[in-house]
Design a protein around this ligand. Structure first.
Ligand SMILES: [Fe+2]
Length: 394
């Protein structure tokens, strides 16, 4: 007999510090450090990093991080950390930079390579044996939510693969979310990361409930545990803010009110999805990203309308709420409202990313392998259904 889960948990960084000026007090939220290793996005204005490191006595910097960081970047950062022996690690940048910082902080005191701790069968599948160094994550985009998650994504570009490193020890000790740190982000990355945040919130809001799975104990409960009343509250915080503020943040990056709303939406959406789980939009985007090297935010934005259109019959009330929050017109449903928002901020369909009809069978095949993401999707999927969604998203 099916014994449904009756318990849920909400995990995340130990502390979130949010608001204009939060960055200036970063040192006050970390233990006193002799040496700090700062992992930073090389394209960031120096002023942002200077604010983050004010009051820290000795700072070493690692800046060799690209988007979709390859294994070599993770290994180089870890090697650097083991050489300089820092007391704390601070990651300042987008999701890629924070991912590298999280892995570096978690693994620096332990033996082994990054790949040893990456998911099997690509990686060694080993568990991080204990706490890492105190780590702070400072997002300078509003979208990935990496400052909230226990996961980092490592690219293996020569094998067209991505592999995750996942451990409770990857949660940052402190997430410092300062909207002022996002004002220099150009319109393109603002749009892509904002649609990623929207997808996190919409997928977490419509994913399966926590009690749709069998009962488990604290050690066997999956990371993506299903939606709960608290993840729902986080999604209700996120989706309307994206609806009201993403266009404004893209049109005028200096609009601090819009940046503030997007920063809060992104963090709330991250807290929601990292506990509740995701769905088909992220599965398809992960498959396209590894097979065709399409950028994550744009890909999620390209497929989310088609995924919402497919899922709506299974979660009609929730999709009606999403439509309302996004300001849908009288003839629009949730999928239409998502699609109009994506187009308004300059994100098109999969074809605009170089994925055409001939790629659909391979994309569907790869997507079906991402069981952990697909498990949360509210409507059952087979390969034909995924292929139809991909075609709708072209
Ligand atoms: Fe995402």
């Amino acid at each position: 007999m099916f014994d449904p889960e009756s318990v849920w948990a909400l995990s995340g960084p130990d502390r979130t510090v949010f608001g204009d000026g939060a960055l200036d007090e970063l040192a006050g939220h970390l233990p006193d450090a002799g040496t700090t290793l700062v992992v930073r996005d090389p394209g960031l204005p120096d002023t942002v990093v200077e604010r983050a490191t004010a009051g820290l006595p000795r700072v070493e910097t690692f800046a060799d991080v690209d988007p979709d960081p390859p294994l070599a970047a993770f290994e180089a950062a870890l090697e650097r950390a083991r050489a300089v022996d820092p007391d704390v690690v601070v990651g300042v940048g987008g999701g890629s930079t924070m991912d590298v910082a999280k892995v570096t902080g978690a693994l620096a005191p332990h033996d082994g390579s990054v790949l040893d701790y990456a998911a099997a069968p690509t990686g060694g599948g080993e568990s991080v044996p204990g706490p890492g160094l105190p780590t702070a994550a400072v997002p300078t985009t509003s979208g990935t939510g990496s400052e909230t998650t226990p996961v980092a994504v490592v690219s293996l570009p020569d094998r067209d693969l991505k592999v995750g490193v996942s451990s409770p020890h990857l949660y940052p000790d402190v997430a410092v979310v300062d909207p002022v740190a996002t004002v220099s982000l150009p319109p393109g990355p603002t749009a892509a990361s904002g649609l990623d945040a929207l997808a996190h919130a919409v997928e977490a809001y419509t994913t399966r409930r926590f009690d749709a799975k069998p009962a488990a104990g604290p050690d066997s409960r999956p990371d993506y545990g299903g939606r709960t009343p608290l993840t729902d509250a986080l999604c209700r915080t996120a989706v309307p803010r994206v609806g009201q503020s993403l266009r404004r943040a893209v049109d005028n990056g200096q609009d601090l009110a819009a940046r503030r709303e997007m920063a809060l939406a992104s963090h709330a959406a991250g807290r929601a999805f990292s506990n509740a789980g995701l769905g088909a939009a992220h599965a398809i985007a992960m498959a396209a990203g590894s097979a065709f090297h399409t950028p994550h935010g744009e890909t999620v934005g390209a497929v989310l309308p088609a995924v919402v259109r497919y899922n709506a019959p299974s979660v009609p009330e929730r999709c009606a709420e999403v439509a309302d929050w996004l300001g849908a017109g009288p003839d629009e449903d949730a999928a239409d409202a998502v699609e109009r928002l994506a187009r308004d901020v300059g994100v098109g369909g999969l074809a605009s990313l170089g994925v055409d009809e001939s790629a659909v069978p391979a994309l569907a095949e790869r997507t079906m392998a991402l069981e952990r993401l697909l498990a949360g999707n509210p409507r059952r999927l087979d390969r034909d259904a995924v292929a139809d969604i991909c075609r709708d998203a072209l």
